[in-house]
Design a binder for this molecule. Sequence first.
Ligand SMILES: NC(=O)C1=CN([C@@H]2O[C@H](COP(=O)(O)OP(=O)(O)OC[C@H]3O[C@@H](n4cnc5c(N)ncnc54)[C@H](OP(=O)(O)O)[C@@H]3O)[C@@H](O)[C@H]2O)[C@@H](O)CC1
Ligand SMILES: Nc1ncnc2c1ncn2[C@@H]1O[C@H](COP(=O)(O)OP(=O)(O)O)[C@@H](O)[C@H]1O
Ligand SMILES: [K+]
Length: 509
Amino acid sequence: MKILSGKQISEADKYTIEHDGITSEELMERAGTLVFKQIHQRLQGAPIPIKIFCGIGNNGGDGLVIGRHLIQHGYDVKLYTVAYSDKRSEDFLKNYEKIKDITNDWPGLIKEVDDFPEISVGDFVIDAIFGVGLNRPIESWVAKLVTHINDSGAFTLAVDIPSGLFDDQPPQGSVIQANYTLTFGAPKLVFYLPDTMDYAGEVQVLDIGLNKRFIAGIDSRTYLIGKQEAPALYQPRNKNSHKGDYGNILIAGGSYGKIGSVLLSATAAMHTGSGLCTLYVPKCGYEIIQSSLPEAMVLTDENEQKLSDFPIDFEADTIGFGMGAGTENESITAFEKLLQNQKKPILVDADGLNMLSKKPELLKLLPENSVLTPHPGELKRLIGEWENDFEKLEKARNFSKKFNVILVIKGAYTFILQNEELFINTSGNPGMATAGSGDVLSGVITSLMGQNYQPVAASILGVFIHGLSGDLVASAQGYEGVTSGEMARNMGKAFQYLFQKEIKTGGKE
Ligand SMILES: NC(=O)C1=CN([C@@H]2O[C@H](COP(=O)(O)OP(=O)(O)OC[C@H]3O[C@@H](n4cnc5c(N)ncnc54)[C@H](OP(=O)(O)O)[C@@H]3O)[C@@H](O)[C@H]2O)[C@@H](O)CC1
Ligand SMILES: Nc1ncnc2c1ncn2[C@@H]1O[C@H](COP(=O)(O)OP(=O)(O)O)[C@@H](O)[C@H]1O
Ligand SMILES: [K+]
């Protein structure tokens, strides 16, 4: 699904109104009704006090539509107009009149701090103060109202976007801290960035029937990857095939005390369908790997404890390098030898990335379309510090262009970035924040690259499947029970799960 900016969505609103025979009032009615239905479906008529805070623009108009339907269905509703300006949008006013038709309990007017109602922890708050029309930070008593709502501890549902959050720049000032956001037309980038994702809580996109052709034509190269998108990347296996068709990969890394990392990568690769998998490790890893993973072959370095050389005669389809390798000078020399002799894209993770940061001249040797899988710490060492998520993305994009590589920026939502394109993964859960989880991902992506997936497709599908495996393990044994070994061994089930209709991703349901 395309991620759109507020401006792009407003353009789509406008186009739909001009071309699809629908008025802006009808579009607002549709949007508000969809939100009402979601609430009604969950509350099932429960007598919970609902407090709806409506601004005076179209976001406030949505709030009035939602309020009208809730009142008509017998809910205990109190509406408030947050009068931060004397202006009123046309559709706000039309819906304000409709409220007068159905109840004598008109919206309470809030113009200063003394007008704030009490909000109890058991209330249900609907935030319809500002939508994507926010164009400056929230100030004065309105900022205090936002704090008042946040401090109440009440469950808060944001309409379209939490008030105070910009869709295209870092927040400044007060922002509603929502538990749930129902957003219109398309997801917004800020819902998935580490600095702002917590404001939105759980996000659901509502299809308000914006013109599909117009949306398809919008120039956005940012995509959300979920259960609709990922299966299309899968390449089915042929009956008429043999192990040579599924890649001969080399996983290189490990050092004394960290052989487990490459073992996890190789285990994940075998469970992701690799035809042949060989590990290249220091001597101390030989027996551990042979006895733990008989499916894999092992080549050893001369050095007992760390890599010091590279077997350039070994003809691998793809190499995954760096997991548990350490950053000693001998091991950097080994990596340099690999880079000088490798033309096909490789995957670099963990200490491989740290080696690139330590010796940046190696970056120029990376084969085109190689995949780099940093977590935020490794990314910082590669591209430098950033002030906020937007600057981080800008720097990462420049890095990807400069060195012709794909960046897989790991996190709660993992970002896959190549030049101008950005893919945001939605599978996975907090149980995956556990040692070795990244090593498993490296094995999965290397395996897919070896099976002839284009590196960017291998990264997108690999990250999604990796998260799906985490979701499967969490559903069986809870977040705390997730281990990277279990994730590696469940990769095959994750592929099956990819094609099941009712899959739950993201670990939130
Ligand atoms: N047909 C459609 O388009 C549909 C739209 N829909 C809904 O409309 C929402 C967008 O509505 P919107 O454009 O009216 O803007 P909204 O967010 O309500 O803000 C209102 C005004 O506030 C002002 N303002 C801004 N910042 C401020 C600040 N810090 N402090 C004080 N004032 C500030 C600014 O006016 P200004 O004062 O700058 O002139 C702004 O215009 C969208 O999120 C969705 O919910 C849906 O119904 C589907 C159909
Ligand atoms: N809260 C979370 N939600 C979803 N995925 C997560 C979460 N925390 C971590 N992960 C995933 O777990 C992996 C952790 O990788 P990494 O930090 O490299 O771990 P390690 O170095 O222990 O292998 C990444 O793929 C990341 O996306
Ligand atoms: K809002």
